[in-house]
Design a protein around this ligand. Structure first.
Ligand code: 6GU
Length: 235
């Protein structure tokens, strides 16, 4: 999978060389390119924003550098482009959207700053590419960069061969193999730590009882912190 980021802050993407995503890059599963939007400006100050038509606070990203950036990316590879636009006005990011994006050949993250990107850039993209506007949740970040990192991590770990143990994908919170429940609590050695004991059932070796206990804890946790995930028929 090819992952590209267009941004005025390329340094935000340095951490992608670390950990699991870094290994996916080193191992060739992921090909990564970070592009400085300012490379497609032509004025002395490398201007990427301007005041909004109609007035109001904040600045809007100018369309011209974005247009040139996307033209250049389109010419750089024949892979079909899916443009991901991180924005609080986007479609909520979920595990199922992560799986959807993991199936694409080439994601181009258009990271806006300020109050966003001139709408004509998005409209232009919709005409030429697949476009997904994605929101991480109902709060406001200063720009798309941190959101793009989060989306990237969620997507890359789903690619074949990236996780050491693919069974992890089945057990974790929000995966389809877990009835949409939050994950049960986990314990490791020692059996007693600062007077706190590991629940006895986990030491029993009785896999049926352990599975039942874990499901009960998962339900309890979900009921208390995310009742919205339960649509009724859980027992
Ligand atoms: Cl995806 N982008 C920005 N800029 N702010 C956000 C967001 C995304 N999700 C929540 N807030």
């Amino acid at each position: 999978m090819r992952l590209e980021f267009v941004t005025i802050f390329p340094d935000y993407f340095a951490p992608l060389q670390l950990s699991l995503v870094g290994k996916a890059i080193a191992g060739g599963t992921v090909e990564l390119a970070v592009h400085d939007l300012r490379a497609w400006t032509h004025d002395r100050h490398h201007t990427t924003d301007d005041t909004p038509y109609g007035g109001g606070a904040g600045m809007v990203m100018k369309p011209e550098p974005w247009g040139e950036a996307l033209d250049a990316l389109e010419e750089s590879s024949v892979l079909p482009i899916t443009v991901v636009v991180p924005t609080p006005a986007g479609r909520p990011f979920t595990q199922s959207l992560a799986y959807e994006l993991a199936g694409k050949e080439r994601l181009v993250f258009a990271c806006g700053r300020y109050e966003g990107i001139d709408q004509r850039v998005i409209d232009h993209c919709r005409q030429r590419y697949e476009v997904v506007e994605v929101s991480l949740g109902d709060y406001v970040l200063n720009g798309g960069e941190v959101a793009a990192l989060a989306i990237t991590e969620a997507v890359v770990r789903l690619l074949p061969g990236v996780l050491g143990n693919p069974d992890s994908l089945l057990e974790e919170s929000h995966s389809s193999g877990n009835e949409q429940l939050l994950e049960y609590p986990n314990y490791t050695k020692p059996p007693v730590w600062r007077g706190r004991e590991v629940p006895e059932v986990l030491l029993s070796g009785n896999h049926g009882l352990i599975a039942k206990w874990r499901r009960e804890r998962a339900l309890e946790r979900t009921r208390s912190t995310r009742p919205d995930l339960l649509d009724g028929d859980f027992s």
